[in-house]
Design a protein around this ligand. Structure first.
Ligand SMILES: Cc1cc2nc3c(=O)[nH]c(=O)nc-3n(C[C@H](O)[C@H](O)[C@H](O)COP(=O)(O)O)c2cc1C
Length: 284
């Protein structure tokens, strides 16, 4: 038997958990884990452009449950973490110190969203290392404005992802991933041929379809009602990632970024002795 590195063992043990025991998750443990995760995450400019909002109150979780498209795990898990891209606090700091205002533009949206996502994944690993289970909720992106309002996020602060956290009450099988040859490239991007597509997705199609079939006749009946005979059709059907809904919610996201001051750069003058536009590498 080979000696597995503890991190490799942790990564191999990862499963999204959607069923939780009632046992509470200690608040001090969560805060300590979050603090450790932030230390263990790279952060653009080390500005830590992120806020994490914990929701434990059952009444408030019930509202989040609605906003997360009634995903049952929100009610069941004792804790929901909402990771927000946040330049608000940093802008407050800049203003308090009479520095040039910044971080209210598309780049800053990306940078703060990356900070939030990087922290979320480090947190996920750190929680899993303690035997806790997590499951991300992409529904955050489709109810971003309502979740932001509910959590009383200020301007320049928007939720980018959420996860439920708790003690697992299930041990699901490991889910497959695309084979390495499908997505790891040497030197240049290698466009897949149609044979490559067959090779890359064949196993996924077989296993994915089998997985849905094993969930009982209801889901297969819904698939049939929507004329779905193949896994690929399912992904962009009305019952999964509907492109029309994505287009609509993308417009909403743009509007939200405008209304929450992520796309409204404050006109600002260069500081004393500075030229317009940074052309030197930023100091780390
Ligand atoms: C950004 C993101 C959003 C996700 N959203 C949901 C979700 O809304 N509901 C859900 O049940 N799982 C969600 N998941 C979990 C994925 O379905 C899961 O990671 C994937 O199927 C692979 O399974 P595994 O995590 O068990 O390996 C999400 C995962 C990510 C990374």
């Amino acid at each position: 038997m080979t000696n597995l590195h503890p991190l490799s063992a942790l990564l191999q043990a990862h499963r999204s958990i959607r069923s939780y025991r009632k046992d509470p998750v200690d608040d001090a443990l969560v805060d300590a884990t979050l603090a450790e995760a932030l230390h263990g995450s790279s952060s653009s400019g080390n500005l830590n452009l992120v806020s994490v909002i914990k929701t434990r109150d059952p009444a408030r979780k019930a509202r989040l449950h609605e906003l997360h498209f009634r995903q049952e795990m929100v009610l069941q898990a004792p804790l929901v973490l909402t990771f927000c891209a946040d330049t608000f606090r940093t802008r407050q700091w800049l203003a308090a110190r009479q520095a040039r205002l910044g971080f209210a533009d598309l780049i800053s949206w990306h940078v703060s969203a990356f900070d939030a996502i990087i922290l979320a994944q480090t947190t996920a690993l750190a929680l899993e290392a303690q035997g806790l289970g997590i499951c991300y909720m992409g529904t955050t992106l489709h109810a971003m404005g309502e979740i932001a309002d509910f959590l009383e996020c200020p301007e320049n602060c928007l939720p980018v992802t959420s996860m439920v956290v708790g003690w697992p009450d299930e041990a699901p099988a490991q889910r497959d991933r695309l084979p390495a040859r499908a997505w790891i490239h040497n030197e240049r991007y290698q466009r897949p041929t149609s044979e490559d597509i067959d090779a890359h997705f064949g196993e996924r199609e077989r296993r994915g379809w089998e997985r849905y079939r094993s969930m009982g006749p209801q889901i297969m009946q819904r698939m049939a009602e929507h004329g779905i005979t193949h896994l690929a059709q399912f992904y962009t059907s009305r019952i999964k990632y509907d492109p029309d809904i994505f287009a609509r919610d993308s417009e909403q996201l743009l509007e939200l970024m405008r209304s929450r001051s992520f796309l409204a750069p404050t006109p600002s003058r260069p500081g004393p002795g500075e030229q317009d536009g940074p052309r030197n590498p930023p100091l780390a």
